[in-house]
Ligand binder design. Sequence first.
Ligand code: ADP
Length: 174
Amino acid sequence: MALDRIDVIAADITTLAVDVIVNAANESLRGGGGVDGAIHAAAGPDLLEECKTIPGGCPTGEARLTHGHKLQAQYIIHTVGPIWQGGEANEDGLLAQCYRRSLGLMVGNNLKTIAFPAISTGVYRFPLERAASIALSTTAAFLTGDDRIEKVTFCCFGEPSLHAHEKALAGLTP
Ligand code: ADP
């Protein structure tokens, strides 16, 4: 079953004790605002040093793995969501790819538990309900084909995001 391995919570993702947290990064992997800034602040300066060793940063829709440094999470997967441009620039496809690539990377590294922020829904302005629906449906489809992942947590920041993700999860329930 896929749905019993999905949780939706409201929390600060930097506090979660999971194997890997996902960062909604930018292509340079040099830190930024929002969840990216919070993760770099909590992980400490060695995270930036490690990010600098990754050649080419991270193109939109891709994912890169680093250590968690001072976080409770062992690892961080940095993925870069699309900037919302109105919906005709493959934003849906790129956002879904962020979730698939992140889940693929965790499986490839034998990690069992992961927490995602709501990628692209902050500064990148992706409409919240649309993003939540893509996040939940893409993840459920991935889990259906993979029994190695134990838990996927959607870590929402604020009530509107929590409600959007709860609604998207409920929409998947048979
Ligand atoms: P993007 O550039 O991909 O839009 P943002 O960091 O601006 O990234 O926003 C992505 C989401 O992360 C937003 O829903 C924002 O509210 C949320 N967010 C910000 N800080 C945190 C945090 N500490 N923990 C979890 N989510 C966070």
